[in-house]
Design a protein around this ligand. Sequence first.
Ligand code: ASP
Length: 325
Amino acid sequence: MKKVALIFTGGTIAMKVNSKLQGAIPSVTPDEILETLKNATDNVDLEAVGFSKLPSPSITPEKMHELKLKVNEYLDDNAYDGVVVVHGTDTLEETAFYLDAVMTSDKPIVVTGSMKNASELGYDGLTNLDSSIKVVRDEKSRGRGVLVVMNYQIHAAREVTKTHTLNLDTFKSIEFGPLGIIDDEDVIYYRAQTLRKAYRLKPAHSDDVGILKVYAGMGSDVIDFYTQSGYKGLVVEALGRGNVPALAMDGIKRAREAGLELIIVSRAMGGRVLDTYGYIGGGKDLVRAGCILGGDLSGPKARILLMLALKNNLNHDDIKAIFHQ
Ligand code: ASP
C-alpha cells in the first residue's frame, strides 16, 4: 500500500470561524482532518505531520527552509511514496516554488490548501486533500517537480498563481493552463511542464531580497530605500515588456554600483520581459545598467530564486545564467 505524509503548515484549510472574534482562526488539528479523510480515502496509508499553524502571510523564507528539511525527512524514507504540503493559499505559490527550486527527489510533492474554512458551506479542504493524495500516489506524478493541486486541477509550481481572492477556481497557470486534472479516481496529465527548470539549489534563506512594483511616475527614492537599507537584491516588477520610468534610472544605477543584483520581471501577468526598447528606462537601458532579465517569472517567484541564488553564493554571471536557463 502507498504511504503518504501530509505536512500541515496552517492556512484556511485548518481554520474555523471563532464567534468572539467573528473571523476565521486556526482551529482544526491535523489529526481531526486525517480522521475525516480516512473515511473517504482507501488504499493509502496516511500520516499527519503538524509542522506549524500559520496563516500563510506569516510564512517566511526561514519557514520555507525548515519545511524543506521536514519534507526531506519523508522523501528520504523509503517507506513513503511522496508528500502533501498543506498550506494557506496566499503565499502558497511562493512556498511551492521554493520547494521546486531546491528539490532533488523524483518523489511527488504536492502543495494544496483551501479557499473556504471548515465552518463554511462548500468547504473545499477535504476535496483538495483527497485530490492531492490521488496525485501523490499516482506513478505518473514522479519527476514532474513540485505540483500544486486545487479545485481538481494539477499545476506546476513554477507556472501557477493565485488569481482571485474568493473563487475556488483561483489557481491558474495563466500562460499554459493546468498540467492535468483529477477526474473521479483518475489522475490525467495533459502535458509536461512547459518550462521545467530543475534548479537544484541548496535550501537557504535570507530577508535581504525585496520586490518593487513599478508604477507610472515612479522615481528613484523607493529604489534608494532598498540600496540604503542593506538589501542584497531587488526584483523590479517593471512595466510591460520590462521598462521603468526614466526618473527611476538614477536609483537603478546607484543600486547596481552598491552591488545589488537587480532582476527585471513584468507586472503584466503573462509573457516574458525582453530588452526591446532603447529609450531611457527601456529594457536595453536596464540591461546596460547591469540588470538581469527574469524571463516569465512572477515577481514573488523571481524573489525566491534570487534569494536562493545569492545564498548559494552564485556570482552575477551565474545568476544571469539561472534566470536565462
Ligand atoms: N489567508 C489564508 C492563508 O493564506 C488564505 C487561505 O489559506 O486560503 O493562510
